[in-house]
Design a protein around this ligand. Structure first.
Ligand code: MG
Length: 440
C-alpha cells in the first residue's frame, strides 16, 4: 500500500519514506569535508548559581573542538534535549567550517522553527563552529570578523538601591571604578520592582505560589524623580540608562519617555513588550529619548522594520536567543546602514562563552554602541578560563584563537544546576493588586 503525505512524499506501510519524482539522495556533500564533527555535548553548570547551558562540538582533528553559549536559563534542560537528541544526530559527520550551511540546514531541520529553545540550541553549535574556525585559522575571532575597529569594549553596569541616595552612591562607585555608563533602577515602596534587590522576606508558600506585587502607576511616577535626583547630584557627564522591562501599559511607557527627556538618558530599554512593537512609531513621534529594544526577540520579523524604519536606536538581542554569532553578525550589518547601534544583552544568564562572543563582535563592529557587562565570579573564571577581562569599565579580549575561552568540565560538574525548583519562579508570578499577571 502506498500513501502520500502533505509534502508530496510517498509513504509505504513498511515505514520507508520515498521521494516522488526525485533522484535518490546521496550522502556525500559536494563541499570539502576536511574536518568532521564527531560528537556534540551539552554541559549544564551553575558556577554563579545561574543555570548555564554550554555546547561543545568535537571534531576528528586531534584537540580541535569549539564552545558555544546556548543559555536559556528558564528552560535549560529543554535546550539540552534539543541539542543532544535532535541537532547532534543531524550534524555528526558534517564539516563544522561550513558554518552558514550548518545554520541554514539546522534552522529548517525541525520544519517548525524559531523560538527560544531551538534558537538557543542552534546558537550553541553555531558559536562552537566559529570557535573551531578561529582555532583552525589560528586567529582570534575578531580578526576573522574584519579586525578591531576599537581597542576595547565600553560597558555599563547595574546600580540599584532602596532609595535615591542608595542608587546615587552605587552609581558613584561605578564612576570611581572608571565606568562612564550606568543603568539605574530604584525600589518602589510597597512593590517588588524589576532590577532592584528588594526581598519580600520569609514566605511560607511553595515557590510556585509566591506572588510578587507590582503596580505600573507608582513605578512610572517614581522613575523620573530618580533621574532628576541623579542628574542634580552627579552632573551631566555620566551616561545613564533605565530598563522598563516591558512592565507598564504602552501609553504609560510613552509618558515615561517624555518625562525622562530632561535627564538625557543614554537609552531607555524595553519600553514595550515584543507583542506591542506597533507602539514604537507612536513613541518616536512624541519623544527624543533614545530607545533600546530586543532582548526577547526570536525572529527577524520582530526587528527588521524597527531598524529599517529607524524606530529604535540600540538593538540589544540576546545573541543565543536569535541563533548565535551567524545571525548576530547579520543583525549588526543591517543596523549599520540605519545608524542603529548594538547593545547586546549581557546579564548573568549569558554564559562567559556568550560574553566572549559579544567582545569579538563589539571589537569589530563599527556601529557598536555599548555592552552590558558583568564581573565574573572567581568560580566562573575558574570554570571558564579565558573570561573577558573587565578593567576600568572596558572589556578586553585575549588574543587566543577562536573565542579565546575554555571550559574546565570537571570543575563545571562540581557546580550542578538546581532542579528543585527547575527555574526561578518569580517569572510568571508577578501580579497587580487585583491578581492580573504583569509581564516580568
Ligand atoms: Mg533588559
Amino acid at each position: 500500500m502506498v500513501d502520500t503525505d502533505s509534502f508530496g512524499r510517498q509513504y509505504r506501510s513498511a515505514g520507508v519514506w520515498q521521494h516522488v519524482g526525485t533522484q535518490p539522495r546521496t550522502t556525500a556533500s559536494p563541499k570539502d569535508s576536511d574536518v568532521k564533527i564527531t560528537d556534540i555535548q551539552t554541559i549544564l553548570t551553575a558556577p554563579a548559581g545561574i543555570r548555564l547551558v554550554v555546547v561543545k562540538v568535537m571534531t576528528d582533528q586531534p584537540g580541535l573542538h569549539g564552545l558555544g553559549c546556548a543559555t536559556y536559563t528558564q528552560r535549560a534542560r529543554t535546550v539540552a534535549s534539543a541539542v543532544d537528541e535532535y541537532l547532534k544526530p543531524f550534524l555528526i559527520g558534517k564539516n563544522p567550517l561550513e558554518i552558514e550551511d550548518i545554520w541554514q540546514s539546522s534552522f529548517v531541520s525541525s520544519y517548525w522553527r524559531n523560538g527560544p529553545v531551538l534558537n538557543n540550541a542552534m546558537s550553541g553549535v553555531d558559536m562552537a563552529c566559529w570557535d573551531i574556525l578561529g582555532k583552525t585559522a589560528d586567529l582570534p575571532l575578531y580578526r576573522l570578523f574584519g579586525g578591531k575597529v576599537r581597542t576595547a569594549v565600553d560597558t555599563y553596569r547595574h546600580a540599584t538601591g532602596e532609595n535615591f541616595k542608595e542608587v546615587e552612591d552605587r552609581v558613584r562607585e561605578f564612576m570611581e571604578a572608571g565606568y562612564r555608563h550606568v543603568r539605574a533602577q530604584v525600589a518602589v515602596p510597597g512593590y517588588t520592582t524589576y532590577g532592584t534587590n528588594e526581598s519580600a522576606g520569609e514566605d511560607p508558600l511553595p515557590e510556585n505560589q509566591r506572588v510578587e506585587l507590582f503596580e505600573p502607576g507608582p513605578y512610572a511616577r517614581l522613575v523620573p524623580c530618580l533621574f532628576d535626583h541623579l542628574r542634580s547630584q552627579l552632573g551631566d557627564e555620566v551616561e545613564l540608562i533605565h530598563d522598563v522591562h516591558e512592565r507598564v501599559p504602552p501609553i504609560l511607557a510613552i509618558q515615561m519617555a517624555k518625562d525622562l527627556e530632561p535627564y538625557r538618558l543614554f537609552f531607555l530599554e524595553d519600553p514595550f513588550s515584543p507583542e506591542d512593537i506597533g507602539y514604537f512609531q507612536h513613541l518616536r513621534a512624541q519623544s527624543s529619548t533614545p530607545i533600546a529594544m530586543g532582548e526577547l526577540f526570536n525572529n527577524p520579523n520582530e526587528w527588521v522594520s524597527l531598524v529599517s524604519e529607524r524606530l529604535i536606536d540600540f538593538i540589544r538581542v540576546h545573541i543565543s536567543q536569535v541563533g548565535g554569532l551567524t545571525m548576530a553578525r547579520k543583525i549588526a550589518a543591517l543596523c549599520e546602514f540605519f545608524r542603529v547601534r548594538t547593545a547586546w544583552h549581557g546579564p548573568g544568564d549569558v554564559s562567559p562563552v556568550g560574553h566572549a562572543a559579544h567582545v569579538h563582535l563589539d571589537l569589530s563592529s563599527p556601529n557598536f554602541g555599548i555592552q552590558e557587562a558583568r564581573e565574573f565570579t572567581q568560580a566562573e573564571q575558574d570554570v571558564f578560563p579565558g573570561c573577558p577581562e573587565l578593567k576600568e569599565g572596558y572589556y578586553w579580549a585575549n588574543d587566543k584563537p577562536g573565542l579565546g575561552i575554555d571550559l574546565d568540565e570537571d570543575l563545571a560538574a562540581s557546580f550542578p544546576i538546581e532542579d528543585d525548583p527547575p527555574f526561578d519562579m518569580f517569572w510568571g508570578n508577578v501580579r497587580q493588586r487585583d491578581g492580573n499577571i504583569v509581564k516580568p
